[in-house]
Design a protein around this ligand. Structure first.
Ligand code: CTP
Length: 407
């Protein structure tokens, strides 16, 4: 924590790549969410973004070398006092210098003195990212406990596309918060695993304009996909309707609308998966008939609409799962006269037959359309773990811990 107050003290390292301009948005997000941020750009980062921008937005002085403000020994003190170091963008050169313990500027010196979690968000051309030298440097940093994010794919500087884009600043901020909540939340323990996650709420069309839907924002499913990808898994995210969320970096996103489309996409994706998480809120019913034209109000009472029951996708995935595949379900419960949230959760776990069930209490501003989540994680082996209130990424990290233990 910073000396002056209890806000977490974050060092934001910025290396010299074109994505340095995005570090300004990350800085803004970190300061606005209550972090005290000291920016450490490299000299080349200052070719892309002016020192004044970093100083104004962080409210703290900005130096690149170790010879400014010498009496306060910043090259030792800043790293020692930090709760988290985030380097975004981390260029190929910065990763190389960090991996080899160089200390030729204030940022790399601080990386050597920091004992807190370190998060690198790489950005570089695909060839550089895939070069054996960079692969080795990334492996070395990960082996030492640093979190090196998988970059996003997409448009790079100029016309090329491929892996190497800086992950969205919102996503980096999300993982930064996660590491402050739980420093060991992102081990690289899903490397070599394939996982499938569903997210969002399905929509069942009544006519070309209207649908039956639900309030799921998709945030919990996206957090599960993001955390799995950053723990090394190959991830397919089957996404029904969500709030406006960016695609998580290094995740394959398949978009669907209705429950039946979701089922089809899940059945296709899970064949060779090691783990499957059904975080989507699936509509239990759909209109039997989807009107071709917009249904008119008419004059009298509305005509009743017949509903059909949708397939129970989770139950089907459990029935058809391959040996060793871990299946995780979600249960959003309010509790009622017949029992509380946990009671309904236990009954649902038994009914669905999955290996793990995340039980959330919903209603009254809980779980839906909010940033934080809490609940219980129930295991088919009888285990019951309370999931304390925290970010959806934190809950995701606990779920993946339990999955890894069962793989
Ligand atoms: N689910 C599913 N297919 C459905 C309904 C739900 O795969 N048609 C999955 C959800 O993705 C979730 C779990 O089943 O992982 C529990 O969803 P929930 O809506 O809580 O349960 P229901 O089976 O619909 O039971 P109920 O509405 O009676 O609580």
């Amino acid at each position: 924590m910073s000396a002056a107050d209890s806000s977490p003290s974050v060092l934001l390292g910025v290396a010299g790549g074109i994505a340095a301009y995005k570090s300004v948005e990350l800085l803004r997000r970190l300061t606005e969410t209550g972090h005290s941020v000291r920016v450490l750009p490299t000299a080349s980062a200052c070719e892309f973004v002016g020192v004044a921008t970093f100083e104004a937005l962080s409210g703290q002085p900005v130096h690149t070398g170790v010879f400014a403000d010498v009496p306060s020994v910043p090259h030792v003190r800043l790293g020692q006092q930090a709760d988290l170091v985030v380097v975004a963008p981390a260029t190929a050169d910065l990763l190389a210098r960090a991996a080899h313990g160089r200390a030729d500027d204030l940022l790399t010196a601080s990386l050597l003195t920091a004992r807190c979690p370190v998060l690198f968000a790489p950005a570089m051309h695909t060839e550089m990212w895939e070069h054996p030298a960079t692969r080795d440097n990334v492996a070395l940093l990960r082996a030492r406990g640093a979190v090196v994010m998988e970059p996003a794919s997409g448009r790079l500087t100029g016309r090329d596309t491929g892996p190497g884009r800086l992950p969205d600043p919102a996503e980096i901020a999300d993982l930064a918060r996660l590491l402050l909540e739980r420093p060991d939340a992102l081990p690289h323990d899903l490397h070599g695993r394939r996982v499938v996650v569903s997210a969002g709420g399905t929509r069942e069309a009544l006519d070309p304009v209207r649908y039956l839907g639900n309030r799921s924002s998709g945030r919990q499913g996206y957090a599960l996909a993001r955390v799995a990808a950053q723990r090394g898994a190959a991830v397919t995210l089957v996404s029904a309707h969500t709030a406006e969320l960016g695609d998580p970096a290094a995740v394959d996103v398949v978009r669907v609308g209705s429950a039946r489309e979701l089922r089809e996409a899940m059945v296709a994706a899970v064949a060779d998966a090691d783990a499957v998480v059904m975080a989507a809120a699936v509509a239990d019913f759909r209109p039997v008939v989807r009107a071709d034209d917009k249904i008119k109000k008419g004059s009298g009472a509305p005509a009743p609409r017949a509903l059909a029951v949708n397939p129970d996708i989770l139950a089907e995935l459990v029935r058809s799962r391959r040996a060793g595949q871990v299946v995780v379900g979600f249960a959003a419960e309010t509790g009622d006269a017949t029992g509380d949230v946990l009671h309904h959760g236990r009954a649902k776990l038994a009914r669905k037959g999955c290996d793990l069930l995340v039980v959330n209490a919903v209603g009254d501003g809980q779980a839906f359309e909010v940033a934080d989540n809490a609940g219980w994680l129930l295991g088919a082996d009888g285990s019951e773990t309370e999931l304390m209130t925290g970010s959806k990424a934190l809950l995701a990290s606990r779920v993946w811990d339990a999955v890894v233990a069962r793989l």
